[in-house]
Unconditional design. Structure first.
Length: 716
């Protein structure tokens, strides 16, 4: 197998070193696809040993509703038995689509909207149900706290990625009512395995990735999983670039048959260029979209992020069906960036270029203990989960953060300048600290073979303190809140669940955007509540889910005086439907639709009754995969996404036009020379559609252009 690249893209010494590491691993057993199951879930089910197990499957399959997903304080349970709308995507699907960002991972779920490019200063930002996820509380790793602001997680480190849509106040504590993304780490494999992959992305970026796992020692008590990658080169978006190095290590040690100690670490250094903000104004016309490969960023602009995560966990099955767990999580991220923001200044696309240089760092620490088990009282069967957690997040910023207008230009003929002279200064200071202390408990009671009820409570003591550059308090927002979760589930058949659920939650409010008069002002926590009715079913050749939801949330928006305010409430009411169908022996179809009505209520007269900012009325996605019988091992896939129009500002002066995107690709697996070889190729935005993506009120980003990618992986 040989790939020809242009001379300018020939392998560097580091590229060659990565590739050589893979080719020297012939002593390892061949393996293809890994699927992890959770220790705590198996223990709660009464299995004899609470150990992480990884099994090998012969073919790639989509995640099923019967597969377990994380639901925070509700533990791990199957999607089918979860009274909320969920979506899980396996690492196999992520690899087959050559996804490089969370928005690409979730793009075939019609409730998920991409709102930032992966090379921007705010990558990995998505919406669910028209609501932007919280950068600091909305993205978890293995159910625990994680810093997600300013960086894209290294997808290569994860076995699957899960989305839980809607409020998650009881399950995870503070967070956006849009939902939660949970990254599930790759676990040690039961047999020794090693794979090496080499990929190329249009624009020039080359990526190498190795993945090794297995068990060693007496009775194979020690398990390991190691992932390492390097990526460097240009990308098609805004003619930008990416340079990243990442490593992930997951270890477990079976101290006894029933006691397991685990350690998980991730490190990533990621530098990107691109992702310029386009800041609109109701005073001027919304500009027409530009080609996604157009360069906008200044010389010297970019986003440099160093990310670290460490988790220490202990699981103890002290009696059959009961497990106690304890974990410590530390996560921190340091970001240094220079960013262009084009402020539109005329109807013809003229702009003023405002350049920002900033240092920003975040640090999470979290301790959590839990107890999970099953018991019976009379005719009732109980699944009990209880626990406590304490969490601290500190934020550090540069004292002097310039936001300087340096030049003017026109979107359709940008002026490229140098920003070498723009630098943050004056040292750094702790600008914000939040603390959460919580206790939680839930009981899922099986009333009969068909009916069950879930009841849960979380009490959270929350404090958010903002500081001035002189280390004095600028604002202090305490909140002590009990958030309930109630659900009733009915199973007319073993493969079908009908449910109704009610949830309440608090979230940390957004700060005022830089474009407003009161830029960076903080606000008190926001209250939300959700009512949802749904149905899920999994049959031999198809599965599907449908949910009706109603979310009521305190509203934040920019008023007519250009002040960002907390005022009134927003009502989100919608229907979402998702399904996977095996339409023929070799043809599968996956798709979904979301219909959403989101309206401002009880706010200022100018905005009351208007549509909520950033919330589309309709979103549709579909993907088809065909495996021709004449060519075993080959799979061809094609997909489409449609995003309906959405308002850009609270008064609905500007509306972003709808657009559709088309993708296609293939993957081919074959045994060559005794090794399993996988070849993957993908083209996104085939028609090279010009479009804007909404980021936040009055902020746009350039939509990604047509991009081709290819990847070759060998399992030794």
């Amino acid at each position: 197998m040989h790939l020809n690249f242009p001379a300018s893209l020939r392998l560097t010494k580091l590229h060659k070193a990565f590739l050589a590491a893979g080719l020297c691993a012939t002593a390892f057993n061949t393996t293809t696809v890994f699927a992890a199951t959770e220790a705590s879930a198996e223990a709660a089910a009464g299995d004899s040993a609470p150990l992480s197990q990884v099994v090998i499957k012969a073919t790639v399959e989509k995640k099923k509703l019967s597969d377990k997903v994380s639901t925070g304080a509700l533990g791990r349970r199957s999607e089918l038995d979860t009274p909320f709308s969920t979506k899980a995507v396996s690492s196999d699907e992520i690899e087959d689509r050559l996804a490089t960002s969370i928005s690409e991972v979730m793009k075939y779920d019609a409730s998920v909207t991409a709102i930032s490019p992966p090379i921007s200063t705010h990558p990995a930002t998505i919406q669910m149900r028209g609501l932007r996820l919280d950068d600091l509380n909305g993205y978890k790793i293995d159910g625990l706290a994680n810093i997600n602001r300013g960086t894209e997680m290294p997808l290569e480190m994860f076995e699957s990625i899960e989305a839980m849509k809607g409020l998650s106040g009881f399950m995870y504590g503070f967070g956006s009512p849009g939902g939660i993304i949970n990254y599930v780490s790759k676990r040690p494999t039961t047999e020794k395995s090693f794979s090496a992959a080499l990929g190329y992305q249009q624009g020039g970026a080359i990526k190498e990735h190795i993945d090794a796992g297995g068990r060693v020692g007496e009775d194979e008590r020690f398990g390991y999983r190691l992932n390492m990658l390097h990526e460097d080169g240009g990308v098609a978006e805004e003619s930008g670039s990416v340079n990243r190095n990442a490593a992930g290590l997951n270890l477990d040690w079976r101290l006894t048959r029933d006691l397991v100690l685990s350690l998980n670490g991730i490190y990533q250094k990621r530098k990107t260029v691109g992702g310029t903000d386009i800041v609109t104004s109701p005073a001027f016309a919304l500009p027409q979209p530009i080609d996604g490969s157009t360069r906008l960023n200044s010389d010297g602009a970019g986003n440099d992020v160093e990310y670290k995560l460490m988790t220490l966990g202990l699981d103890y099955q002290f009696t059959p069906g009961w497990i106690a767990s304890a974990s410590y999580r530390g996560s921190d991220s340091t970001r240094i960036y220079k960013k262009d923001q084009y402020y539109i200044s005329s109807d013809s696309g003229n702009y003023r270029d405002r350049v920002t240089s900033e240092y920003h760092a975040y640090k999470f620490s979290q301790v959590q203990v839990g107890l999970e088990g099953k018991f019976t009282t009379g005719a009732l069967q109980h699944q009990l989960i209880a626990g406590a957690m304490t969490q601290e997040l500190t934020s550090t910023s540069s004292v002097v953060t310039p936001k300087t207008y340096l030049s003017t230009g026109n979107l359709y003929s940008p002026t490229i300048i140098s920003v070498a002279s723009v630098n943050y200064s004056g040292g750094i200071y702790q600008d914000e600290k939040t603390n959460q202390d919580a206790v939680f408990a839930s009981d899922t009671i099986k009333l009969t073979d068909d009916w069950s009820v879930l009841a849960g409570l979380r009490y959270t003591k929350f404090k958010d303190i903002a500081y001035t550059t002189k280390n004095t308090e600028a604002a202090n927002y305490p909140a002590n809140k009990t958030t309930p979760t109630l659900a009733l589930m009915y199973k007319p058949a073993v493969d079908t669940t009908v449910y109704g659920s009610y949830v309440e939650a608090l979230e940390q409010s957004a700060s005022a955007p830089a474009s407003t008069v009161n830029a960076n002002q903080t606000f008190a926590p926001l209250k939300s509540k959700q009512l949802e009715f749904g149905i899920k079913t999994e049959r031999s050749f198809w599965n599907g889910s449908a949910a009706l939801f109603r979310i009521e949330r305190a509203a934040q928006y920019t008023n007519s005086a250009n002040y960002f305010v907390l005022d009134g409430r927003t009502l989100y009411q919608g229907l979402e439907v998702n399904s996977v169908v095996q339409a023929a022996k070799n043809l599968s179809i996956e798709g979904g639709i979301m219909i959403l009505d989101a309206t401002l209520k009880d706010a200022a007269a100018a905005v009351t009754g208007k549509r909520a900012v950033g919330a589309p009325r309709k979103q549709v996605s579909i993907q088809m995969t065909w495996r021709p019988e004449a060519l075993p091992g080959l799979a061809l896939h094609a997909g489409a996404q449609y995003l309906g129009e959405l308002p850009m500002d609270a008064a609905n002066v500007h509306t972003l036009s709808s657009y559709g995107l088309f993708d296609a690709g293939l993957n081919y697996r074959a045994r060559i020379g005794g090794k399993m070889v996988s070849v993957r190729a993908n083209i996104s935005n085939i028609a090279n559609r010009k479009y804007w993506t909404y980021y936040q009120e009055n902020y746009l980003n350039v939509g990604s252009p047509r991009t081709a990618s290819v990847n070759v992986r060998v399992d030794f």
